[in-house]
Design a protein around this ligand. Sequence first.
Ligand code: SAM
Length: 345
Amino acid sequence: MLGTASESKKKIYRIIYGYWQSQCLYVATNLGIPKLLRSGVQTVEAIAEKTGTKAEKLYVILRALAHLGIFVEKPGRVFASTELSDLLITDDSPSIGHFLMHITEPDMWDAWRELGSSLKTGEVPFELAKGQDFYSSFMTENPHSKYLFNNSMSFLTAEAIDPLFEVYDFSRFPTVMDVGGNQGTLIANIVKKFGCQGILFDLPQEVETAPSNISKYGVLDSVKVVGGSALEPLPKGADAITMKYFLSVFSREDSIKVLTNCREALPKDGRVILLQTLVPSLGAPVEYPDGTIPALAAVQMMITNPGGHWRTQQEYQDLFAASGFQLEQVVHTGTSLTVMEFSPC
Ligand SMILES: C[S@@+](CC[C@H](N)C(=O)[O-])C[C@H]1O[C@@H](n2cnc3c(N)ncnc32)[C@H](O)[C@@H]1O
């Protein structure tokens, strides 16, 4: 009995400690400590001097992160990097460090504080906290947050590409449009791998910076970049529309608007290819092998997104059916990303 009770309390303690861990990680990464340590072991005093911090306080944080396996502590209050801390370096290419910084940055914390009150008013926590919409207004006014967000999206997309391309063939579509495609990482990779033409569609302020990302893949000539809102009519010309972690932005009502716009933009034999992590239905495993707990991620989506969150397969099917689409196939990538292919009915 006692054993069972303490195991139960241990589970609760672990959940309580969750934000302590992510905040310590945020602070160290924001100070650039993973990069500092990559070039060699350093005393806490040396790290404090280079980061303009107080050694006594910094030591408490670095020791905690060492106990969590992020750094290694050696005798004499000396710290060294690990494989984990190297992953957090943010100045090379898009990394999990960008994702950490985006998710844990102070503005996001402000929004989480409003989670409880948002339940009562139905408002978006981020909008309650900051007085502005996350995508259109906040991103435009906060270039550093936009940089972190865009690099997070590019990092997550790059991670998903190989498993996706192993199970899903885009070569049957002469032109593919990625709606809500952010910096164009997905569409650039589709065009490069399958030789089709691409259209990148996202908000005007978002696509401004996309061409330089697309050109890294050498396919800028084959990708048309279009700025606009998917709540308005979409450009025609694509045989398939991909939407990766995009429909989860919108409420049910707005999702139906977006899907109706897709239907009008596509030919009769066109396809909408939803790329999404599905929330497991009751009784199914709650965590993917890559560590994603979709029901928890759905809360994060609710924090910023104007009405959306992550849904179950059945809920997506219902949304598409209400917008005049039928399910053609579901393809699992072996990661937390699933492909649901729909055709107009
Ligand atoms: C969660 S991100 C997903 C980005 C990308 N598809 C990916 O998986 O990396 C959502 C994207 O939707 C875009 N977005 C939000 N509202 C939009 C709208 N009304 N019309 C078009 N794009 C929108 C955002 O700018 C952002 O790039």
